[in-house]
Write a protein that binds this ligand. Structure first.
Ligand code: NAD
Length: 456
């Protein structure tokens, strides 16, 4: 295992030198990273293929392209976000002036998962660098090819005192979590999120937790059912369903259930062919453990489409299930694979209530032709983020925060919220020696009436 204590001590020393406080240093580091990720793009795409059989197009669309775009966005906006800002001062504090100073936390830890192993490690890194932190990244042990490329890029770009990658499994992660960091950014499962938060509490380290959960997809009868089916298939089966914000299950109005199922079957075939096993664009399941878990989840349900698998290739077909209720195993945990249960409802209010009775989801999708219906869903259900009449696309928008709520996480990132996640905002008032009002000093009883007039 890497010498974690010495990596962190080196980062602390680097941080105390103060280089990272300088905006031009941060911009320069982002530009170095930008050049490297463009130069090494083929290596990244090859590693993603080796780990998950992601096609180069999918890997670019959902990983490499997003990282490129995030770096570009940060380079453009960083100077504005990082400068101290003057804000209003209440009249009773005049002639003081008030400011907010953004300052980096210091040395931060980024722990990332295997499903989008490149962008879920580098997108937070971009934010951490932009906010002026030093960073240690611990990528997932299950996406080893990508982790190796990440480590190579970081080594070629940065002083290890500034950014380091530490590879390894749970024991490495646990060893890192024993150390004191100034902030921890964790992406992964809700269960491990609890372990991370508990470890962070020993040092009172602030955490951003990007977790998982069961993300519902509601389809109302007034939706464009064909387009809904198309967008659901695209959002569910990209990366073979191993996407934290993939629609986990569908709640469909009973009257359009058959039409929706027919549409979904149609688009699965159009996108991946009659036998998706032969498609060059259909990824594989990350590990045998994960694969076996998915096989178990389909047992006892009616398979209306797919359902076949091949352990030798870790291939699991896009699979549609019906006749499941909340007592079925597939509805009791996050699926995180290409299995899509379809549950019907008669009244939207019942569907809303069902979702509210379960942990707050990371994403929610609602398909409807009626904007009032959409607003009702958005206002009544608490969830991390989502879309009306689409799936996943909110992830690729740097103008809105991305993150969970409740069991699906805390804190957010992407664009400015990412900068905020790695920044402490220091409030400062600057007073002058010009005036010095007597009523702020004891003995106070003489000023009570005056104070009551001023602050009513
Ligand atoms: P995971 O929680 O098993 O692992 C994530 C990271 O934590 C890995 O680097 C792993 O090495 C480390 N880890 C695992 N067990 C640990 C332990 N006991 N102590 C300390 N560290 C530990 O998650 P995963 O299987 O890699 O990814 C799948 C999960 O991540 C799903 O639940 C998915 O929804 C979630 N996810 C969330 C987002 C998001 O943006 N919210 C994105 C991708 C994945």
């Amino acid at each position: 295992m890497a010498d974690i204590a010495s990596i962190i001590s080196r980062q602390r020393q680097f941080y105390y030198l103060g280089h990272t406080r300088d905006i031009s240093f941060r911009l320069n580091q982002l530009k170095i990273l930008q050049r490297a990720v463009i130069e090494k793009e083929n290596q990244i795409l090859e590693a993603l293929y080796a780990d998950l059989k992601k096609s180069p197009y999918e890997a670019y669309l959902t990983e490499a392209g997003l990282v490129r775009e995030e770096i570009r966005f940060y380079i453009k906006h960083l100077a504005k976000w990082a400068r101290p800002r003057r804000v209003k001062t209440p009249f009773y504090h005049l002639p003081s002036s008030s400011y907010i100073y953004p300052e980096p936390y210091g040395v931060v830890l980024i722990i990332s998962p295997w499903n989008y192993p490149y962008q879920l490690a580098f997108t937070p890194l971009v934010a951490a660098i932009a906010a002026g932190n030093c960073a240690v990244i611990k990528p997932s042990e299950f996406s080893a090819h990508t982790s190796e490329v990440l480590a190579g890029i970081v080594k070629s770009c940065f002083d290890p005192g500034f950014v380091s990658v530490v590879t390894g499994g749970v024991e490495t992660s646990s060893a890192l979590l024993k150390e004191k960091f100034d902030s921890i950014f964790f992406t992964g499962s809700t269960n491990v999120g609890k372990i991370v938060m508990s470890a962070a509490s020993n040092h009172l380290t602030p955490v951003t937790l990007e977790l998982g959960g069961k993300s519902p997809c509601i389809v109302e009868s007034d939706a464009d059912i064909k387009l809904a089916a198309k967008r659901i298939v695209s959002g569910k089966f990209i990366n073979a369903g191993q996407t934290c914000i993939a629609p986990d299950y569908i709640l469909v109005k009973q009257s359009v259930k058959d039409e929706l199922i027919a549409g979904i079957k149609n688009y699965i075939e159009l996108f991946f062919g009659k036998d998706p096993k032969n498609s060059k664009e259909y990824p594989r399941i990350i590990s045998r453990n994960h694969f076996d878990r998915l096989v178990r989840l389909t047992q006892g349900a009616s398979v209306v489409c797919g359902g076949d698998f091949d352990p030798s290739q870790l291939y699991f077909a896009p699979t549609l299930l019906t006749d499941v209720d909340w007592t079925h195993p597939v509805m009791q945990e996050e699926i995180f694979g290409p299995i899509l249960p379809v549950i019907e409802y008669n009244w939207l209010t019942d569907a809303i209530l069902t979702i509210k009775e379960h942990p707050k989801p990371l994403a929610l999708y609602v398909f409807t032709g009626n904007s009032d219906t959409a607003e009702m869903v958005l206002k009544q259900i608490s969830f991390g983020g989502g879309c009306v009449n689409d799936t996943l696309v909110h992830f690729a928008n740097p103008y809105i925060p991305f993150g969970g709520v409740g069991a699906s996480g805390m804190g957010s990132y992407h664009g400015k919220p990412g900068f905020d996640a790695f920044t402490h905002y220091k409030g400062v008032m600057k007073s002058s020696f010009l005036m010095d009002f007597p009523f702020r000093y004891p003995p106070f009883f003489r000023h009570v009436n005056l104070l009551k007039k001023v602050i009513r």
